[in-house]
Design a protein around this ligand. Structure first.
Ligand SMILES: [Zn+2]
Ligand SMILES: [Zn+2]
Length: 336
């Protein structure tokens, strides 16, 4: 039986594969949008199909409805099978089993403190509505001026708001973090003394991604060896269909991350999907742990995780190697 989340993952994968063909970007986005709305609404697809009402779903036109109908009837999509073949990205025999019902919380999200479009309280309530036990608030660091990144002073002010928001939400623990920029030379965009006191430090490459590979390798190695870094965010910075990611010695960097207990992110934003399943599989073989996050900038974007989980499955990552499936005390141990 294909439920809404399983169907969302199929549509998400179709969107992902289509995005790799520049001529199909428009159609790719339509599939991603439909996947997103299924992941948010979780409709009863069987009932809608029976009543001939699949096209009443947000973002579902005749073409996507056909894919959904076949999924409901057979559990398969020939369209997806064909795309996988064309893109030479087949399903694998050794995919792992990952169950979103066991997902404990997202540790990469943004608020109005930087470039998010919702308040911290709105994000916290959104996460709680999904049954999450924890949420990492990881706004940007100062370097990126256009997004109003946080310096030490604003982080202190943010922690005061966090205490207040925390008292308004039950059953959800807020973690204060930062998505700190990995500068061109591999240094981080905030002093160690600031990073040290935060619950979650995600170090991400955002600018100068086209550095030549040797310099880029040095840069990423330095970040992966930094004592306060917990996670490397969207490790290549790619944007499927529009921007190629950074290229560096992935083996060396992934091994360094594994050695230091730094997790690698699978960022489920359909515009990123980074690491890719193939790269994540490589990292998994080198012993890395993972976080699977939405990088949400609004509460509705939390649904990127349930629709994007197929990537971790395809990469063959055992569920217990993904920090988001751990209860809070084990997560905080891992982030220590
Ligand atoms: Zn980022
Ligand atoms: Zn982010």
């Amino acid at each position: 039986m294909v439920d809404a989340l399983a169907a969302a993952q199929v549509l998400s994968e179709i969107g992902y594969l289509l995005r790799q063909d520049p001529k199909e970007v428009f159609r790719a986005k339509a599939f991603s949008m439909a996947a997103w709305s299924l992941a948010i609404e979780r409709p009863d697809l069987q009932a809608l199909h029976r009543d001939g009402k699949l096209t009443t779903l947000e973002g579902v036109g005749a073409g996507i409805a056909k894919v959904l109908a076949e999924l409901v009837e057979t559990g398969q999509s020939r369209y997806l099978a064909r795309l996988r073949e064309e893109m030479k990205q087949p399903a694998r025999e050794d995919e792992s089993r990952i169950d979103f019902n066991h997902y404990q919380g997202d540790i990469h999200s943004h608020t109005e403190w930087s470039d998010g479009r919702a308040t911290m309280l709105e994000m916290a309530e959104g996460a709680r509505a999904l049954g999450y036990r924890y949420l990492g608030i990881t706004d940007h660091s100062p370097r990126i001026k256009v997004v109003n990144g946080l310096d030490a002073e604003r982080l202190v002010a943010q922690s005061r708001e966090m205490a207040q928001v925390q008292s308004q939400v039950d059953g959800l623990t807020l973690l204060q973090g930062i998505e700190v920029d990995i500068l061109e030379d591999g240094a981080l965009d905030l002093p160690d003394a600031v990073l040290e006191i935060l619950d979650v430090v995600i170090a991400s490459p955002h600018v100068k991604l086209r550095q030549e590979p040797a310099a880029m390798t040095e840069r990423m190695l330095r970040a992966a060896a930094h004592p306060h870094v917990d996670v490397i965010g969207h490790p290549t910075g790619r944007r499927p269909g529009s921007r190629e990611g950074a290229s560096y010695d992935f083996e060396a960097v992934f091994k360094e991350a594994a050695r230091n207990g730094v997790a690698l992110e699978i960022d489920c934003d359909p515009a990123r999907m980074d690491l890719s399943p193939e790269m994540a599989r490589l990292a998994c073989e080198f012993g890395c742990d993972f976080v699977v996050d939405a990088d949400a900038h609004a509460p509705a974007e939390f649904a990127y995780v349930p629709m994007g989980l197929w990537m971790a499955r395809r990469a063959g990552i055992p569920q217990d190697r993904i920090l988001n499936f751990r209860p809070l005390d084990q997560l905080t141990d891992a982030l220590d």
